[in-house]
Write a protein that binds this ligand. Sequence first.
Ligand code: ADP
Ligand code: MG
Length: 680
Amino acid sequence: MKLTELKGIGPKKAEKFERLGLFTAEDVIHAFPREYEDRRNIKKISELVPEETAMVRGTIRALKKGRYTGRGKRTLRLLIEDGSGTMEVLFFNAGYMERGLSSKAGRERTYWFFGKVSENAGYPVMLHPSMGRVEEDGGDDRILPVYPLTSGLTQNDRRKAAAGALAVREKGRDPLPEEVRKRNELCDLDFALENIHFPASDKHMRVAKYRLIYEELLMFSLGLGLMKNLFSQTLSNFVLDPAPYEKELIYGLPYELTQDQKDTIRDICRDMTSERRMNRLVQGDVGSGKTVVSAAAIYKVIRNGYQAALMAPTEILAQQHYETFKALFEGTGIRVRLLTSGLPAAKRREALEGLAEGETDLVIGTHAIFGKNVKYKSLALVVTDEQHRFGVSQREALSKKGKEPHILVMTATPIPRTLALVMYGDMDISIIRDKPAGRKEIRTRVCPAEKRKTAYDFLHKELEKGRQAYIVAPLIGSSDALQVRSAEEIYEETKKTLAPFRTELIHGRMSPAEKDRIMTAFKNGEISALVSTVVIEVGINVPNATVMLIENAERFGLAQMHQLRGRVGRGEEQSYCILVLEGDTEVAQQRAQVMEESGDGFVIAEKDLQLRGTGEFFGLRQHGVPEMRIADIYRHSKVLKRTGPEAEALLTEDPLLQLPKNEEIRDRIFEMYGDLDPGL
Ligand code: ADP
Ligand code: MG
């Protein structure tokens, strides 16, 4: 149901909701409160204690307007009495309230005030309390939900929308079967939704919350189990010849492989020559050299007379791999093809034919390589680079392609072991920890915002040496609400300050073709400095780029900064990462310090998890953890454990969740896991 169909929400308000990602009544219901206001703590003014949050009812005895500030705002002071004593209430910028309150009628009314109590010269004070007329809503002395807001949207709007959406919601349905609820002492869905928004008591709220967390984690467990069943470790259809063909490729390399690279290649070859199908994850920090590892695997498969496919998350990465592999396989007779959705029709047809007839040995591309009409003659290995494992829909699509090929997933997002165990229960894992020899450490320095100019001067010097730089900002356009320099603003500035060097802007709202054009120009050295949001493609390789400057670094997560930093330090030259910090909150300082001290993605991931919790842990989605509404796999790990046996029982009875009674569960899992690709 559309939001505008709810009472009190017109197109204007609906737009505000949309800004929060809420489009339907269902969305509103599933956007759970961030916290609650307990307005039941009704106090006499004489009983108020500083620091507590309380509800007071009283009348206005005096009203005093402050002076206007430069911005046309002024304070409003109210003296409130309730028979037991007087309290001061202070609003900043409350011009819109003045008239109603100072009218005669206004003076006679009883108001309620809810807020945190402080003290001024012995008197109780409330700063910016919530307030209302008692005759209108009885003082609202309940537990009320608190939601995230955006400008033009008040708590009241959100509460009304939630109440309205709950009222029209179809009741009596529940994705959790009754026996599951009984066994685990869970309330039903109607109760849970009602009480997560408008709890009748603390206990109601806890019961509701537990049920919703349990449900979400059960879906999570079921999703993992379903994917495992869809992609089960069947017997291999492509048991490869154990002859070490891959050595031919390795001998030809201009460098020595690191021990971890060698070990990983050995793991992969062991898998592919065994009776079982391979399903392996290779985890290696940015720059650890995963590409050549995958090349060894691909080479072996092709020498066995089969085909291989390499999937990248973006066109530009696919293009880059195409070039790398053509060079790596030069003179071997291996036929490599690029297949992206941007390909002209004729070329595309040619590529499809090549695959179907087995004339192409290796295809490199985006999702296009698993498109509906793509047929393979003998696909034995699928490699995905820098991305998630497959979502459920992709697994279904893939299992229909040919004869269940070997799977190799490569990722640069380091994931703490504790999480990896839960998430990759169905995969074998190889880790590449050491860096290729001779790599220079990237020098990382924190720069307070006041000294920004020094940072840019430094960057300028690097450009003068013929190097290139990335400048990353948290937002595209400017925002009044946040103290943030936007990519657009920085671009306008650097266009001038870095002249004559060419600066360009790139961000996620551009068309793929446009992004492509700019990235290619940057790769070719036609652009010196690239201002961007975090869209800089993971895995992009521009060895001549030596500076990564991150603006408003306090707004980035650790793992995210580490990923960004990995864009530089790819060539011979010394590279630098500069973190410009606005403000000096403790967490931001801590993070920046971790960045200065460590270049190890695993150490950083562990710290990130400690500092931020899984909620915002960068890259979780890439790892196949769907976005959660209320649960946190790390914080609620005990509940997660409890869902394990329940998920197993359900899947034993119905391995692919196809029974009619499980339909709702299946729908929900597809919604969560259907397509995990964050780039889509
Ligand atoms: P990532 O793991 O981030 O995908 P790449 O595979 O792109 O890293 O490798 C980064 C660079 O390191 C490439 O230019 C590659 O040729 C080079 N490289 C890979 N392995 C080694 C090695 N053992 N010694 C030296 N250079 C290497
Ligand atoms: Mg890579």
